[in-house]
Design a protein around this ligand. Structure first.
Ligand code: GLC
Length: 557
């Protein structure tokens, strides 16, 4: 076994404290309406989050990312915000928010909140005012209103399709049309309007003053738009490169907005952090992650990759280089509230030319034949991929329930479905409700400990095996694997670099961190030789002294 020459390094020393806390933080995403229901109305709430702080502390994470908790009619799971500076009465009050922040901080956990600047809810007072105001008014200028095309203006200004399916323009009573790149209940804001800019500065300060440590920026690549006439057709949009000049996505000017926000973040001590959700060409990601911009950006490459040594290695090398370019740390994500859970993705057959994610959606759409889902392989690979992820330099974003090894829920009754992608793309997209089913806290009882009033998305019977109390009692459970891994990670955190260590088996990837922390992952199905070193943790038991197939091992090398 030889050490390869591929050393990838960033000089920064690790720190859980001070302004750099985020660089290698483990951030746990909470989808609040599906986490814990303390007030027993069937929807998870902020007091529910506060009540589970001991659980989060024991898990060993550094920070929580809270998905939107603002007043919302839930046309898109809370990503349709009707007031950016308040709490949805269905899930709490500002006092509950303050209490939750205090509980998290007391436990040494930081808090990141979601900011949704591309669009508001159609219930937002600005949109209601726009509807009640005349064409060309200041109220309409906060959004993107246009006259229609065709002789009487009853055709949309362009044939654009929304991300969630269906047209991206909707007509209002006086005949004008407004742009919504997502659901019709999510009108896009006009970021050329200074009032819009000022209001978001106010929002960032509002939550920063309440003790929020950072922000996750939703659809960060969508704010700047070029809507000059003539508007291109959808076909023309589709043919345009995403190189900074596309009319709708990832325009260069968007970075002026984030440079301005950086000044707001820096008004606080320590400066507030931000992470961009920017679905952009990889080589354009560093701009979002630059220290003079948002500072960090999600990297979804692992999340979209098949479970293969070559692709994982390539993704890691490439993203560490990108991080170095931006001056940020890399981020790693395997699951979130928008995708099929990784334990399920990895248990599905792969098809040449498609990603696991696509196969996952296809499987779910077809009604989820159990014959195609290999639950056992899925969870073995998920555990292995998690150890791989947690040993990498940079920060890891976990999604609630992945620490239990939860699978996606495929058989959600039509009457319970909530995700607009399901309704707007009927028959094409099964939607994202399957990863948003409320967590099982106990293996029996009403809604498995989620709350006394039941759950807004039914939990399947098999959820009880994955309940926190059941896994707590089982030393080999995925929950206890995450706990051990996170404790070891804290102990072994080191400078943001790794060295690849060559292994004779092409299905095995091995890397070493500067302090001798070694991670080996066997992507194949057959046992493989262990690298040298003292074993600290394995995702599956060894087989005859060898690494099991679909497993990872951490060693002191
Ligand atoms: C982001 C969110 C997603 C939401 C969309 C529109 O992609 O992660 O859940 O539906 O933005 O706000």
């Amino acid at each position: 076994m030889a050490v390869s020459t591929t050393e990838q390094s960033l000089a920064t020393a690790p720190s859980h404290q001070g302004a750099d806390w985020w660089r290698q933080a483990v951030v746990y995403q909470i989808y609040p309406r599906s986490f814990a229901d303390q007030d027993d109305n069937g929807i998870g709430d902020l007091r529910g989050v506060a009540s589970r702080v001991p659980y989060l502390k024991t898990l060993g994470i550094d920070a929580v990312w809270l998905s939107p908790f603002y007043p919302s009619k839930l046309a898109d799971g809370g990503y349709d915000v009707s007031d950016y500076r308040d709490v949805d009465p269905k899930i709490g009050t500002l006092q509950d928010f303050d209490d939750m922040v205090a509980a998290l901080h007391e436990a040494g956990l930081r808090l990141i909140v979601d900011i949704v600047p591309n669009h508001t809810s159609d219930q937002h007072e600005w949109f209601q005012e726009a509807l009640a105001s005349d064409r060309g008014s200041a109220a309409r200028d906060r959004y993107v209103f246009r006259d229609g095309s065709g002789q009487d203006g009853n055709e949309p200004p362009a044939d654009w399709e929304s991300i969630f399916g269906g047209p991206a323009w909707t007509q209002i009573a006086d005949g004008q049309w407004y742009l919504h790149n997502f659901a019709p209940e999510q009108p896009d804001l006009n970021w050329e309007n200074e009032e819009v800019r000022e209001d978001f500065r106010k929002t960032l300060r509002f939550w920063s003053e309440r003790g929020v440590d950072g922000f996750r920026i939703d659809v960060a690549h969508g704010l700047a738009k070029d809507l000059s006439d003539p508007l291109p057709s959808q076909a023309q949009l589709d043919a345009m490169p995403h190189d900074g000049n596309h009319p709708l996505w990832d325009r260069d000017e968007v970075h002026e907005i984030y440079a301005d926000w950086r000044k707001v973040f820096d008004e606080f001590d320590p400066p507030r952090t931000a992470v961009a959700e920017a679905w952009v060409e990889s080589d354009r990601r560093p701009q979002y992650a630059s220290p003079s911009g948002l500072g960090q950006a999600f990297n979804f490459d692992l999340l979209s990759a098949t479970f293969e040594a070559d692709s994982f290695r390539q993704i890691v090398s490439f993203n560490l280089a990108l991080a170095e370019e931006s001056g940020s740390s890399s981020t790693w994500v395997l699951s979130n509230h928008d995708v099929v859970r990784h334990a399920t993705r990895y248990g599905l057959p792969t098809r040449a030319g498609s990603t696991n994610k696509e196969v996952g959606n296809e499987w779910l759409l077809s009604g989820g034949p159990e014959s195609q889902l290999d639950r056992e392989t899925g969870i073995l690979r998920a555990r292995a991929a998690t150890l791989f992820e947690l040993a990498l330099p940079g920060s890891a974003y976990l999604f609630q329930g992945e620490e239990l090894g939860l699978h996606e829920v495929a058989d959600i009754p039509e009457s319970e479905r909530q995700d607009p992608t399901y309704f707007r793309n009927r028959g094409v997209d099964i939607g994202r409700d399957g990863c948003r089913v409320p967590l099982p806290w106990s293996s029996s009882g009403t809604s498995l400990g989620f709350g006394e009033a039941g759950s807004h998305l039914s939990q399947p019977a098999w959820f009880s095996q994955y309940a926190v109390d059941a896994e707590d009692a089982d030393p080999e459970s995925t929950l206890n694997l995450y706990r051990r891994a996170l404790a070891l990670r804290r102990e072994w955190l080191t400078a943001e670099s790794l060295t690849w260590v060559e292994h004779t088996d092409p299905d095995v990837l091995v890397f070493r961190r500067p302090n001798g922390w070694v991670c080996a992952t066997n992507f194949g199905n057959s046992p493989a030789e262990l690298p040298e070193g003292e074993i600290m943790l394995t995702s599956s038991p060894l087989e005859d002294g060898k690494m099991a197939g679909n497993s990872s091992v951490w060693l002191r090398g």
